[in-house]
Design a protein around this ligand. Structure first.
Ligand code: ATP
Length: 246
């Protein structure tokens, strides 16, 4: 018997429409309490893997055709989102997907999963403590917020479900550098203060590598490189191809 990680992907193959092989033989694990980053350029297969983990592949005619995905000792490779969410695996989707015509506070409420009114109050104050800005804007319509504020709402909404594993899909996409810094500082607080396990999917390698414990890099559907973050940061290929040093 082996002690499994909280999320354990083994030899996964994912095919769309019985044709495009988007993920080829990928193995990856996210231990409890860790921050694991999955990096790679556009089209590498990162989002596909994340869709498999969060149970939304079938929406796009995608399927896990080989290998397995285990979360909290349970096989979720073909499970639907409802079941996965109920186990505490919560996604902050790429592009944030807020209810644009609802207020900040209403969006947060939408994220709460089976919570009592008292729990809801406690969770909201936890989110407002992490994002004071959202408290200031709680009555505003989300669609009118800046990109950075909308990303905060998306993260806050996920936190309302009290994730055991929080999966973030490109949280820095389209945001200005200062805002990205602040989002990443908050992710760091979430892991330290809330002891959350985090699976971070990013094209922005430098920020992700600073915060992660362990890093995987995908290209063309495969993991081409992986290792502890500090080792990866000092790897010359990583510096040249992914961090833009030369
Ligand atoms: P991005 O940064 O753009 O999200 P990615 O690394 O997440 O890139 P994926 O979106 O997972 O990459 O795409 C991996 C491969 O699967 C690409 O070749 C893409 O064209 C293909 N693909 C993605 N979604 C679908 C789909 N719904 N149907 C068919 N092929 C798809």
């Amino acid at each position: 018997a082996e002690l499994g990680a909280l999320l354990e992907i083994r030899n996964a193959q994912i095919i769309y429409d019985n044709a495009v092989e988007a993920v080829r033989d990928v193995s990856l694990s996210v231990p409890e309490g860790a921050v694991v980053a999955l990096l790679g350029s556009n089209g590498a297969g990162k989002s596909t893997l994340l869709k498999a983990v969060t149970g939304t592949l079938h929406l796009e005619e995608g399927e896990l055709t080989k290998g397995s995905i285990r979360y909290a000792e349970e096989d979720i490779g073909h499970a639907r989102t409802e079941r996965i969410v109920s186990q505490g695996l919560i996604l902050v989707p790429e592009g944030r997907r807020l209810f644009a015509n609802l207020t900040v506070e209403e969006n947060l409420t939408m994220g709460a999963y089976r919570k009592t009114a008292a729990e809801m109050r406690r969770l909201k104050s936890m989110v407002f403590d992490l994002f004071p800005r959202l408290h200031e804007r709680r009555a505003q319509i989300s669609g009118y917020l800046s990109g950075g504020e909308q990303q905060m709402v998306a993260v806050g909404r996920a936190l309302m479900a009290e994730p055991r594993l929080l999966a973030l899909d490109e949280p820095s996409l389209g945001l200005a550098p200062l805002i990205i810094d602040s989002i990443y500082q908050t992710i760091d607080r979430m892991r330290h203060e809330l002891k959350m396990t985090i699976f971070l999917v990013e094209q922005n390698a430098s920020q992700a590598m600073e915060i992660a414990d362990y890093v995987y890099i995908m290209e063309n559907g495969r993991v081409v490189l992986d290792g502890p973050a500090e080792k990866m940061r000092s790897n010359l290929d990583v510096q040249e191809y992914y961090l833009g040093f030369s």
